[in-house]
Design a protein around this ligand. Structure first.
Ligand code: 6PG
Length: 229
């Protein structure tokens, strides 16, 4: 497993550390290349990090925000990743904000986003979450993934069934990757990941530039489980 693991005492510390590391990466990227291209993770875990970022001092006009995946809902649906992110205030600060137009339908949105990100890679940083089944973005266990940078997902086990996701090669095409893990409900899947199970998150984050920021309660081994090596 190539990823570097950093444990934090609680979810707030995960968000604090993530916010700090993103800020450091942004300053370096802007100094070296004049811009910072960040892929946002969906779901609820990273929202605290986005709220902290929105209150931090950044060269915002140099920031471009992308998404690792999107749920096929109408553009203003409360469960859209872009709507959840917009509520944190982050996109209104960034110079550029590139939501995935999932309201067009998964296939059309995927084709459009493939064009959108073609000239944005390598990304400076990719943020990822992890689901209890080991999925990340909308890459779910047991699914075949086409060799495309962005593709449509149907029959997602996590609602909604239709989604758009960046593929492993696009998610790995980055200078830095942060996986944010908090919530004791993730302890079992973290244990499976650390035990070597070939989960989607394990595949995607198996790159030298990956760092896992994990809440300590997710590292506790259930009494009847052998400790991770
Ligand atoms: C989504 C996300 C998904 C998420 C994980 C974790 O669209 O649902 O992209 O991959 O990151 O399911 O979700 P939580 O952070 O809400 O636990």
């Amino acid at each position: 497993m190539q990823a570097d693991w950093q444990s934090e005492p609680d979810a707030a510390s995960v968000a604090d550390t993530a916010c700090r590391l993103i800020g450091v990466a942004a300053k370096a990227a802007i100094a070296e290349r004049g811009r910072f291209r960040l892929v946002l993770a969906g779901g609820s875990t990273p929202l605290d990090t986005y709220r902290r970022l929105a209150h931090s001092d950044q060269q915002w006009k140099r920031w471009s925000l992308y998404y690792g995946d999107e749920r096929c809902y109408p553009a203003d649906h409360p469960q859209r990743n872009s709507v959840l992110v917009e509520a944190t205030g982050l996109p209104s600060l960034a110079g550029k904000h590139h939501p995935i137009a999932a309201e067009l339908g998964a296939k059309a949105a995927a084709a459009k986003y493939r064009e959108r990100i073609a000239s944005a890679m390598p990304f400076d940083m990719v943020l990822l979450g992890i689901g209890p089944d080991g999925h990340t973005a909308s890459l779910f266990p047991g699914c075949k993934w086409p060799e495309k940078t962005v593709f449509a997902v149907s029959k997602s086990p996590k609602p909604p069934p239709e989604r758009v996701t960046l593929g492993p090669t696009a998610l790995q095409n980055c200078r830095a990757m942060l996986v944010l893990v908090s919530g004791s409900e993730k302890a079992d899947v973290v244990q499976r990941w650390r035990a070597g199970e070939k989960l989607p998150i394990a595949t995607v984050a198996d790159v030298p530039q990956a760092k896992v920021i994990v809440e300590r309660s997710c590292l506790t081994v259930a009494a009847d489980q052998p400790a991770a090596t």
